[in-house]
Design a binder for this molecule. Structure first.
Ligand SMILES: [Zn+2]
Length: 67
């Protein structure tokens, strides 16, 4: 395996299984790859799309408290 640096997105919600903090993100070529470690949901997107889809979700978490 190559030394791909994966990082987890704090507060991000998986769009497939709705789990929190399970999304790992890393870069392949010029594409950001996002994978849920729980359900293996997988998506590729440009950096701009990551900003658009992941960042807002982080903030939404602060509003909706799933308790
Ligand atoms: Zn998932």
């Amino acid at each position: 395996m190559s030394a791909t640096r994966k990082r987890f997105i704090a507060g991000a919600v998986c769009p497939s299984c709705n789990a929190i903090d399970t999304l790992a993100i890393w870069r392949e070529d010029r594409v950001e790859v996002v994978e849920c470690v729980q359900c293996k949901h997988h998506q590729r997107q440009t950096e701009a799309q990551v900003e658009k889809h992941i960042r807002p979700q982080e903030q939404v978490i602060g509003i909706f408290h799933p308790e």
